[in-house]
Ligand binder design. Structure first.
Ligand code: FAD
Length: 520
């Protein structure tokens, strides 16, 4: 009874504060909640570095619900913002808003189950669907999406708003290159279907568009026959150029005679061997860094991570195929670590690590992550200045490094990448701990991120941030470079009142300077 009264009061307050034209019963039907638990969960994200409470949270059950809310925001006399939230795995408050409503896209009861079209090899999914659930639904038909992220508890709308990359991207392109069609609610509250043929401006703007042009309510994602098993191999290098030459060689291969996934990571301290990405080495595969020649190399080792997918009927030939590919590489001969597992277990590998970290209380901690796309021509300079320089021999988390082919990225999408045919993702996926060790503190790691960015600037390494985070529009303009004008034009066209995804800090909501805000 008390809860119902509180909700009714909150709804009436919201209607008056933001000038909503919707009736209280409509808001209730849209799943509006001001329950402190819901508001609290929408006010934080995986980064745990910013906390911003929305006025309310809506749990839509259909695209029409989303459209109704955004239209109400667009038409409201006082105006308010609307931020879609997938699984809240951003780092810097990108899905948060203090001046409006969070649309909680992921979660029970939203949008309906993925619909697999086996004959056409695609699946239609709700924008808030988690990739793990997309995978499970597709596997029922022996199919699977082609391009992944390393972790599957992310929403489709959330990764498509960035790019969605993993070790398959060199061949299949990022996830945004594997989408046929989208349903999008624009900032005017219009529900539009778009593709390369239909409303192409909206389609390309939304992919990698950081939530600026619309809320993705449905995505049609390309599928392939699902492999059954995966041979997962790690080999080590002490020589950086041998490592990157091999990675670049592997991503240049086409056809069947290639690996299906190419990633890698940097090992600057032995502690990393036991971290969430590297449990693979032990206990069955114990490895001592110092025994592998890293001492001659500033204590740094590089691990190439590759996989070959296969069907059980191919089990007899897979060893020879892998052998032939490995023969062309220049890793440390005694450093081959192999495991074999079902495809789904490989794709879901980070979740296992998550469960372990959760049990130790080390998952819900601040994550000052930094993801950079580094041009191939400068990756050796980056190694010298950052891995062997700025980092010292402590890292506080995995550092991924792998190359991708630019020709697999559609330049019409909103995402920006370095201006070279091949560029690397370098991902500093670090966790800050409050354990008294200075090198693990949030302040230390944040400062180190600044140093890395400054080094790139001073050394002329033209990096682009992936999952970008900036505070001023001039920084955003620089980030988007020649794409900025189009980005701004698309914003004017599809979200002219700057209602959507204000947590990205790209465009200020147009009403923010008005006196209406005083009461918020
Ligand atoms: P949220 O944090 O909820 O939202 C992110 C942004 O997208 C916000 O601006 C939000 O408003 C907007 N948004 C959300 N849903 C929609 C929608 N339906 N329509 C329009 N806009 C929307 N990324 C990779 O590419 N590869 C990886 O391997 C990878 N691994 C990761 C591992 C972990 C453990 C974590 C925490 C993140 C990882 N990421 C990776 C980053 C991840 O892809 C992004 O943070 C992504 O935005 C998270 O999705 P989400 O659903 O949690 O988005």
């Amino acid at each position: 009874m008390a809860t119902k009264l509180l909700l009714t009061f909150a709804i009436c307050r919201l209607i008056v504060t933001v000038g909503l034209t919707l009736e209280p019963t409509e808001l209730l039907r849209l799943g509006l909640t001001v329950d402190p638990v819901d508001v609290e969960s929408a006010s934080v994200d995986f980064g745990l570095m910013t906390k911003v409470e929305p006025l309310a949270v809506i749990r839509p059950s259909s695209a029409e619900d989303v459209a109704q809310l955004v239209k109400a925001a667009y038409e409201s006399s006082h105006r308010f913002t609307v931020s879609a939230r997938g699984h809240g795995h951003s780092i810097n408050g990108q899905a948060q808003t203090a001046t409006g409503v969070v649309v909680q896209m992921s979660g029970v009861g939203s949008g309906g189950k993925p619909r697999v079209w086996g004959g056409d090899m695609y699946v239609d999914v709700w924008g808030g669907e988690l990739w793990i659930d997309v995978l499970k639904s597709c596997l029922e038909y022996g199919l699977a999406p082609k391009s992944w992220t390393d972790y599957l508890y992310l929403s489709v709308g959330g990764t498509l708003s960035n790019a969605g990359i993993s070790g398959q991207a060199f061949h299949h392109g990022p996830q945004i290159s594997n989408v046929h069609e989208l349903d999008v609610v624009t900032g005017k509250g219009e529900l539009m279907t778009c593709s390369k043929e239909q409303n192409p401006e909206l389609f390309h703007a939304v992919l990698g568009g950081l939530g600026q042009f619309g809320i993705i309510t449905r995505a049609r994602i390309s599928l392939e026959p699902a492999p059954q098993r995966v041979r997962w191999i790690r080999v080590l290098y002490s020589n950086f150029s041998a490592f990157t030459e091999d990675q670049e060689y592997l991503i240049s291969l086409h056809g069947n005679q290639k690996f299906d996934y190419v990633e890698g990571f940097v090992i600057v301290d032995e502690g990393l061997i036991n971290n969430w990405r590297s449990s693979f080495f032990s206990p069955r595969n114990p490895v001592k860094i110092s025994s592998l020649g890293s001492n001659n190399n500033g204590g740094v080792l590089y691990c190439l991570e590759i996989t070959k997918n296969y069907h059980e009927s191919m089990a007899e030939t897979i060893d020879q195929e892998i052998e032939a590919l490995l023969k062309k590489l220049n890793f440390i001969p005694t450093s081959v670590f192999t495991t074999d597992l079902p495809y789904v277990d490989f794709l879901d590998r980070v979740h296992k690590a998550e469960l372990k970290l959760r049990s130790k209380g080390m998952w819900e901690v601040p994550h000052p992550w930094l993801n950079l796309l580094v041009p191939k021509s400068k990756i050796a300079d980056f190694d010298r200045g950052v891995f062997k320089g700025i980092l010292g021999n402590k890292t506080s988390g995995p550092i991924l490094i792998y190359p991708m082919n630019k020709n697999k990225w559609d330049d019409k999408s909103s995402v920006v990448t370095p201006d070279e045919d091949v560029f690397y993702l370098v991902a500093f996926l670090r966790s800050a701990l409050d354990n008294g060790e200075e090198t693990q503190s949030l302040e230390y790691l944040t400062n180190q991120n600044r140093q890395i960015l400054k080094f790139c600037d001073v050394d002329g390494i033209k990096v682009k941030q992936y999952l970008p985070h900036y505070k001023t529009q001039s920084e955003w303009k620089e980030h988007f470079g020649s794409k900025w004008d189009r980005f701004e034009r698309m914003k004017m066209k599809f979200d002219p009142r700057h209602i959507l995804a204000s947590g990205q800090n790209i465009f200020n909501p147009t009403f923010l300077s008005s006196s209406n805000m005083a009461s918020w």
